[in-house]
Design a protein around this ligand. Structure first.
Ligand code: SF4
Ligand code: SF4
Length: 310
């Protein structure tokens, strides 16, 4: 599932995680130095490879069948019952991705009496991902093919990635008593060679999800926008937050169907770095700072988990 997952046994990976966690929470600068996040040591611009892959979602084609959700469930062994994907009851509320639903399709009504628009949400595979920069353990990685992947073996469970993500996509296995992981779409990274495309793109009966080189998909999106005046003249994800590897086109203005339309064009890691670089003794204070944020984060997340279970 990840690029750098090793063949360590379960026991070994657990003890490694615990070790990393202790190192981190101990707050000793010397011990924590190797865990400093990418943001703190530098604000690297990730130059996108010209062959970077992406997904183009044409919202005007989606009929809300949720085959993509079911295919994602199967491909990622998420364990949900197949019948879950047959009921339209789920459209009664706006859902978020969670630890066992890496993609969700929501029904949006743009205006009273207007036809619904079905919007598929998942990790946006940002070109310069905030989750990658925020992670002190380097558990997230932006791969050359565009996918943002996660390595549970080095994750220390601080959940900064969840705080950092503008799209609120990483979810946490609150129900897992042992070794909970952060979960999110990885663009079927583990299976892409075999499958040739993410499971959602392969299954969509409407060709609403197209997978390919990002450059080519942007060209394709432009062509559709030029050819058909009914489309909104905007490719969501082309520039937002420095660009993403999930792109959307729509016939309905994005602000009417739940998209954040006031996003900066600057990548989030850059903004974070601007703040962090003002701290002169960062390499000494960061572990303490992060430990403080960690306890706040944990309290908030625990409260949220309790709410979810009520
Ligand atoms: S499979 Fe295609 S048409 Fe069906 S819900 Fe997903 S994106 Fe929409
Ligand atoms: S959408 Fe969130 S989780 Fe996905 S790559 Fe961007 S910052 Fe990371």
């Amino acid at each position: 599932m990840t690029t750098n997952t090793t063949n360590t046994s379960c026991d070994k990976s657990v003890s490694r995680k615990d070790f990393l966690r202790l190192m981190f929470l101990g707050g000793a600068a010397a011990a924590a130095t190797p865990l400093l996040p990418g943001t703190a040591s530098a604000a690297p611009r990730i130059e996108l490879h010209k062959d970077t892959l992406a997904v183009l979602i044409d919202l005007s084609r989606c009929i809300g069948c949720r085959s993509c959700e079911a295919a994602c469930n199967e491909a990622n062994h998420l364990g949900n019952h197949p019948a879950e994907y047959e009921s339209d009851k789920v459209f009664d509320e706006i859902r978020r991705t969670d630890a066992t639903h890496f993609t969700v399709v929501n029904k949006r009504i743009p205006a009273e009496g207007a036809a619904p628009v079905f919007v598929k949400n998942q990790c946006m595979h940002c070109s310069e991902p905030a989750c990658v920069s925020a992670c002190p353990a380097r558990a997230f990685e932006k791969n050359i093919n565009g996918a943002v992947t996660y390595n549970p073996d080095v994750c220390i469970g601080c959940r900064y990635c969840m705080q950092a993500c503008t799209f609120a996509m990483p979810a946490y296995e609150y129900d897992s008593a042992f070794d909970p992981r952060v979960r999110k779409c990885e663009m079927c990274f583990h299976n892409i060679d075999k499958q040739g495309a993410p499971a959602c793109a392969s299954i969509c009966p409407q060709d609403a999800i197209v997978f390919g080189r990002r450059e080519v998909l942007i060209e394709e999106a432009r062509k559709r926008l030029e050819k058909d005046a009914g489309y909104v003249k905007h490719i969501f994800g082309e520039k937002e937050l420095g660009g993403t590897s999930v792109l959307y086109i729509s016939r309905v203005p994005f602000d009417q169907i739940g998209f954040p339309t006031n996003l900066p064009l600057e990548p989030m890691p850059k903004a974070t770095y601007g703040f962090l670089s003002t701290i002169p003794v960062l390499h000494i204070t960061l572990p303490v700072l992060l430990a403080g944020i960690y306890s706040v984060t944990r309290r908030r997340d625990d409260a949220r988990a309790e709410d979810d279970h009520e």
